[in-house]
Design a protein around this ligand. Structure first.
Ligand SMILES: Cc1cc2nc3c(=O)[nH]c(=O)nc-3n(C[C@H](O)[C@H](O)[C@H](O)COP(=O)(O)O)c2cc1C
Length: 373
């Protein structure tokens, strides 16, 4: 791993913290309304936000998304994030582990996460482009054991790579390569986007080779086309990055489409999840859990650990309020509650050939299957 690649990690964090890296396009969660229930059949104090995820009980359906590691300066960030996740009792992902796979001396920048977060799910991370370049089960097993991972995310970031001068721009035959890995790895594989969104048909290709977990990481939050545009000194790339800054599948659409195409999928909804209403709407659309990256690292580096804890705890309180006002005792009760879908979302669903009634039934069926299973 070159110094340039290592330094890039710090540059990325610096840009995320200091600049506006979100597109004008939104997640479209604002076009989803949860219907108010004037007579909830429960006591607010009975509401239980805990769920089972990757074989472990967690306190809320919220996770800290994959972000960092791989440069000595990132170890303190990962340590703080892991302590927060362990204290609140929610999962955490680490950033791409390529740096430590290629240079053992950097392993501690990732392994600190498992040291500080013993009881919660930890998710390893590797780029799909690295698999095309030759990573096999051997490298992925290294990444898994480095953090004693409960799952490994394979991230798909073609929009970022194509805007990065030094980017890996070959993603060919990745599905075939992943199909071998799914059988060889001891933990589940998560197919994960990084902010441009997973389409249901893409998820289905991976579901057909045995992948069950999908992190949709949709459009509307941290945007790597914008970040690479800021980093670039090439005026053509800068201009094109502006043009492509709204490219992608909005998070709300990605959740619906992945569920519609792969009804059995476990869905992580990330990309622009910012408020407690984003959390409850994403879960109500059918996600099992939501993930947040940008705001967490921004808060950590500008205001400190306590503010991150306060932010996540506020999301949990807000989720509880939505659950109360929809008469949902547990998060997945939201899957059967009435939703209003309006504006552009309807247009997207029409174009993607999604039958809304069938989608609503699939969503509720998931809860029934979960309860009976
Ligand atoms: C500083 C930073 C670094 C990231 N690094 C990775 C990474 O190494 N691997 C990955 O899968 N996703 C990475 N992501 C993407 C996030 O995991 C997430 O999918 C995306 O930022 C959307 O969530 P957000 O809008 O809440 O930030 C990174 C995000 C940020 C902000």
């Amino acid at each position: 791993m070159s110094n340039l690649t290592r330094r890039r990690k710090l540059e990325h964090i610096d840009i995320v913290v200091k600049e506006n890296v979100e597109p004008t396009a939104t997640t479209l969660l604002e076009s989803i309304v949860l219907c108010h229930n004037a007579s909830p059949d429960l006591d607010f104090n009975e509401i239980d936000t805990s769920i089972e995820f990757l074989g472990k009980r967690i306190n809320a359906p919220i996770m800290i998304e994959a972000m960092t590691g791989g440069h000595p300066d990132t170890a303190t960030i990962n340590k703080a994030l892991a302590e927060i996740a362990e204290e609140i009792g929610i999962p955490i992902g680490v950033g791409s582990q390529r740096a430590a796979i290629e240079d053992k001396s950097l392993e501690y920048t990732f392994s600190i996460v498992r040291e500080k977060a013993q009881s919660i799910p930890v998710i390893a991370n590797i780029g799909g482009a690295q698999i095309v370049k030759g990573y096999t089960a051997k490298e992925l097993l290294k990444a898994i054991s480095m953090v004693k991972a409960d799952a490994i995310a394979i991230h798909l970031n073609p929009a970022q790579e194509v805007f990065q001068p030094e980017g890996d721009k070959n993603f060919s035959k990745l599905v075939d390569l992943v199909s071998v890995l799914v059988d060889e790895l001891p933990v589940p594989v998560i197919i994960k986007e990084t902010g441009n969104g997973l389409l249901g048909r893409v998820a289905r290709m991976y579901a057909e080779i045995g992948v069950e977990y999908f992190d949709v990481s949709g459009l509307g939050g941290t945007n790597w086309v914008i970040i690479e545009g800021i980093r670039s000194s090439n005026p053509v790339i800068k201009d094109l990055s502006k043009e492509f800054s709204t490219w992608g599948i909005p998070t709300a659409i990605a959740i619906i489409d992945v569920l519609y195409q792969v009804p059995s999928a476990t869905i992580i909804a990330s990309g622009g999840i910012r408020t407690s209403l984003d959390v409850s709407k994403a879960i109500a659309l059918g996600a099992n859990i939501v993930g947040i990256a940008g705001p967490i690292i921004k808060l950590l580096l500008t205001k400190g650990k306590d503010e991150v804890k306060k932010y996540i705890n506020k999301l949990v309180t807000g989720l509880k309020i939505s659950m109360f006002l929809t008469s949902s005792k547990k998060p997945y009760d939201l899957w059967c509650k009435q939703l209003v879908i309006s504006n552009n979302v309807e247009e997207w669903l029409k174009s993607l050939d999604i039958d809304v009634r069938e989608y609503m039934e699939l969503r509720c069926l998931r809860r029934k299957q979960l309860i009976s299973g």
